[in-house]
Ligand binder design. Sequence first.
Ligand code: GLV
Length: 334
Amino acid sequence: MASTNPQESVRDHSPLPKVLVPNKPRSFYTIGEEPFTSTKFQYLKAYESPLPLDQFLATHAHSVKAILSSASAPVTADLLQLLPTVRLVVTTSAGLNQIDLPECRRRGIAVANVANVYSADVADLAVGLLIDVLRKISASNRYVKQGNWPTRGDYPLGSKLGGKRVGIVGLGNIGYEVTKRLEAFGCCISYNSRKKKPYVSYPFYENVCELAANCDALIICCGLTDQTHHLINKEVLSALGKKGVIVNIGRGPIIDEKEMVRCLMEGEIAGAGLDVFENEPDVAKDFFALDNVVLSPHCAVFTPESMKDLSELVVGNLVAFFSNKPLLSEYVDE
Ligand SMILES: O=CC(=O)O
């Protein structure tokens, strides 16, 4: 429970190593905090302190050895500057865009990622969104529930997934899981990634526009970086074309959202399945009126099963770190 007494939150007699938690991760909300705890370390929860963050950090600056980051808890150069004894950042997010990785590297701070914990769930949702858009599942569900079937007749046909040419943008763990699923549906896969992957034989397109021009659907699986910000722009969307569908389970700002909305409204692309948005949780209202758009509230990673695996990995990484053992899932830049 949040302390109401500022003095109480500054008192810190525990000999356990300290892990700063700047914001409450969504995973703590979904399965509770208990699975993430251990007798080997103690969380310092900035979000429960009545102190302003800078005062809280000043109070604990020299006792914090690790940070538990999440999508909503950025680890910036400014934060690290205030915490000179930090040597590890563990994140609960698949994306690492909120962590200043070059600054961590410069300071000799290790980063532990989520490894493969979420990949299957995210891939399932990506394929689910694609099928939903193509087969109009959500749209026809609304049609039936609104009582339109008897009066307005059959709903327009959806389109087959099998045989579709699907382009994966970002062939990491999640992208690879998506390909495994789409192979089973008989799709023709090709991809764009920072580098050609030696372990797959799918056609590789160095240029995402060329990939789009040769695909019926694009699935965005890459991380958000300076290079991928608005990677999917007007040119890529028009290359995808009138019959093209886009699915995004990466990060909202990878797509130029205003341009995508325009293309959807003007029929320049056929549909979209989106789990992530440029300005979460405020989703552009233009999407709401579009029947060819399926939306989910950035929940691709959230199943109780993967949350449990996540808690084991987070605790495992922190315990390993505080026991001077190798991390279970250290992020290594390729
Ligand atoms: O999108 C969710 C995550 O990065 O964990």
